[in-house]
Design a protein around this ligand. Structure first.
Ligand SMILES: Cc1ncc(COP(=O)(O)O)c(C=O)c1O
Length: 482
């Protein structure tokens, strides 16, 4: 090789080498399937370090030109067409390693995969309702009553006006919370509201506090956005707000994410005393609070629980909720209530992301929220959820006795269980899947203490006992097997 890299140039040497070899490959000097010189030989020939050649070959691999095969070295992967042209296929494996959104935890990915699977898993891992708890008749009625002559173009990005008015009325009636159509943004579930908050109101390096364990912990959005997360342990009465003060003093916490009522996964509810202290701390130190509230309408005793936002006199709380856990997760209707400046900022981002929510699901949601039959549906839902909880608890007691510990929640859809003894989480997860049942291992939600989350809302009543039986068998099989 006569050519040598020019070390006096601004272009890094490894890029020069990669460019040079790329040209030779495209010229057909190294045909598909041929091997490039070994790293050592080329380093000697070009008078550079071997690590420079490694970097150059890595660059060629990321361009989709070569593969590095153990035992064979670096092999050209370009395919020539019949007429001799060279085809350069994008290296999708490299693309998928890029991108700024981190991947979900592998077990979380497997849980989501189980949902679309052909196998009839009994699913205690997905937070949605079983078919009998969805308001199918109400939904059909709402659909029949729709006036299809409504405007069919893009909706108002902030959300259909009638829907926002219905949400404002609903919040007043059911959650004692004052809002107006202009202080609400309709989102694709609570999930998108959380995404928008993270992306628009925080910047890389900012510190936030999240509950441990929590749904927030399961989301890669915080770390993808370069945020530092600090954990607030969840006790029976929710988080201890005083811990936020020390986190603030040490790390200048900018925002606290809480799911105060029937928390996912523990089922804990923040007491009203703790809510008051949390709000005092927030206004004393100027720390924003995000209240994520998908579950407050699911109290089994049918009495409403006060949401944090209803006590917020100073505007410190951004309130996030959705219809997913009370009406339909597939409708993808959520919302955020907050100050105008925040709503405008997030609306602008939502326009960039998806041009606003589907008008059809917004019309249906508006119809459902203003229906006189909603109340009956909610009552039926709460009774159904409590029944599923009791079926789950009875099955656990019968199958696992004292090997399982939990605090029964007073609302919501999750049962947080601690399993006795020595067992490996991954083994339990795999064995449960093999037995035909899916569970959410505690670590996917941030727990380090031998816990699993059993979400009972999606499982049909007659399948709860057999599902718990399969889970108990999996636990017995992996206990002590380490
Ligand atoms: C606490 C919490 N927040 C947000 C979500 C997201 O729900 P969705 O986007 O369906 O409203 C969930 C879903 O399980 C949840 O448990």
């Amino acid at each position: 090789m006569d050519w040598k890299p020019d070390k006096s140039l601004q272009i890094p040497v490894y890029i020069q080498i990669s460019n040079y070899i790329e040209t030779r490959i495209l010229n057909g000097e190294y045909p598909s399937g041929s091997s490039l010189p070994s790293e050592r030989a080329l380093a000697q020939e070009l008078d550079v370090n071997r690590s420079t050649i490694v970097a150059a070959y890595d660059q060629l691999r990321s361009l989709g030109l070569v593969n590095r095969i153990k035992g064979f070295g670096t092999v050209v992967t370009l395919a020539a067409t019949v007429d001799g042209d060279i085809k350069r296929v994008p290296n999708w494996d490299e693309y998928v390693k890029g991108g700024f959104l981190h991947l979900n935890n592998p077990m979380t990915r497997q849980i989501h995969k189980s949902v679309g699977s052909d196998k009839p898993y009994i699913n205690f891992a997905i937070g949605e309702l079983s078919a009998d708890l969805f308001p199918a008749v109400l939904m059909q009625k709402a659909h029949n009553q729709l006036d299809m002559s409504q405007y069919l173009g893009y909706e108002h990005i902030q959300g259909n006006l009638r829907l926002r008015e219905s949400i404002a009325n609903h919040l007043q009636t059911y959650r004692n919370l004052s809002s107006t159509a202009s202080s609400l943004l309709v989102t694709s579930g609570a999930q998108q509201a959380l995404q928008l908050i993270v992306q628009c109101l925080l910047k890389p390096g900012d510190s936030v506090a999240i509950e441990d364990p929590s749904y927030s912990y399961s989301l890669p959005i915080f770390h993808s956005a370069g945020l530092r997360t600090y954990l607030l342990p969840v006790e029976q009465d929710g988080i201890d707000p005083e811990q936020i003060v020390s986190l603030y003093k040490q790390h200048r916490i900018k925002m606290v994410f809480v799911n105060p009522i029937y928390q996912n996964p523990t089922g804990a509810t923040l007491t009203s005393e703790r809510m008051k202290i949390l709000l005092e701390i927030s206004t004393k130190y100027g720390i924003a609070i995000v209240e994520d509230d998908p579950y407050s309408l699911t109290s089994y005793d049918q009495t409403p629980v006060s949401v944090l936002k209803s006590m917020d006199q100073d505007g410190s709380v951004l309130y996030v909720s959705s219809l997913s856990k009370i009406i339909s997760s597939g409708l993808r209707i959520g919302w955020i209530a907050g100050p105008q400046s925040v709503i405008h900022r997030l609306t602008d981002a939502k326009q960039q992301m998806d041009f606003g929510q589907s008008n059809y699901s917004q019309w249906i949601a508006a119809q459902l929220l203003s229906s006189a039959e909603l109340d009956n549906h909610l009552m039926r839902l709460r009774i159904g959820l409590e029944r599923k909880l009791h079926l789950t608890i009875n099955a656990l007691r019968a199958e696992l006795g004292d090997d399982v510990q939990f605090d029964a929640p007073r609302g919501g859809i999750h049962l947080w269980c601690k399993l006795e003894g020595e067992w490996d989480e991954q083994q339990l997860f795999n064995q449960a899947i093999e037995n035909g049942v899916v569970i959410a291992p505690g670590s996917t939600l941030g727990s380090k203490s031998g816990c699993v989350r059993l979400t009972f809302s999606k499982v049909d009543d007659p399948l709860i006992r057999p599902g718990i039986q399969k889970f108990a068998e999996a636990y017995r099989a992996v206990k002590h097997r380490r």
